[in-house]
Design a protein around this ligand. Structure first.
Ligand code: F3S
Length: 242
């Protein structure tokens, strides 16, 4: 048996957060999400959890499990030991129990313009990419926007104006895409005190990504792109007009 400690908190009732404890049989193949749903179905239907696909695709069930951000649907209960603690993602306000208010996360995402920007006339067929160009952005496209990385970042805990690792990965996904023409606007948006220069390379975001994306590579790549752009501008300014 595994002892599952689940954080409970209902701000509407003005109660203090506390841990509910349940004994769960750790049968092979049972995920943390399965265990939580068993509790919800059989013991206490008031337990609030967010989930959807149960397949590590939608990112909805990201929670803090034994002090590490993970997807509950992807985490085998038997891999965690005999005592398992489940808490909502840190850094966001709790709506109820394991459900947090993700609006600041989506606001951060919107700040980097997370969509294709094209200005050149549409080609007759689709905009093509070489395999090498695709390789450059491939890792960033794995992101399922679960929020595990941003929630683990201590800089974000202290200032929600910080754009955060998930949005930086999204920014890099488009800045590095050979088909996109909006890199300049995106770089402008992350080139400030809440952007890439605010990262203290704490690396918690790297350890918490359930898709093995390394946000710090994206952050460093964006910094390099900003430096290169600034050097190009400096050179351009120094060249006297002919
Ligand atoms: Fe935060 Fe990751 Fe940077 S944890 S400080 S975004 S390396």
């Amino acid at each position: 048996m595994t002892l599952l400690k689940v954080l409970r908190y209902d701000p509407a009732k003005a109660e203090r957060p506390y841990f509910d404890q349940h004994e769960v049989e750790d049968v092979k193949g049972l995920t943390v999400l399965d265990a939580l749903l068993r509790i919800k179905d059989d013991v206490d239907s008031t337990l609030a959890i967010r989930y959807s696909c149960k397949s590590a695709i939608c990112g909805s069930c990201a929670t803090t499990i034994n002090d590490q951000n993970r997807l509950a649907c992807q985490t085998q209960l038997s891999s965690l030991g005999k005592v398992v603690k489940v808490e909502p993602l840190a850094g966001y306000s709790i709506t109820k129990d394991l459900v947090v208010d993700m609006r600041p996360f989506w606001d951060q995402m919107r700040r980097v313009l997370p969509y294709f920007i094209t200005r050149s006339p549409d080609p007759e067929r689709e905009r093509l990419q070489t395999p090498e160009e695709m390789k450059r952005i491939e890792e960033a496209t794995w992101c399922i926007q679960c929020g595990a990385c941003s929630s683990s970042c201590p800089v974000m805990w202290t200032d929600e104006r910080y754009i955060g690792p998930a949005a930086f990965v999204k920014a890099w996904r488009f800045v590095a895409d050979s088909r996109d023409e909006g890199a300049g606007e995106r770089l402008d948006r992350i080139n400030n005190e809440f952007g890439v220069w605010r990262c203290h390379t704490i690396f918690r975001c790297v350890n918490s990504c359930p898709k093995d994306i390394n946000p710090t590579v994206a952050i460093e790549s964006l910094r390099k792109a900003l430096v290169k752009r600034s050097l190009r501008r400096k050179v351009a300014v120094q060249v006297p007009p002919s």
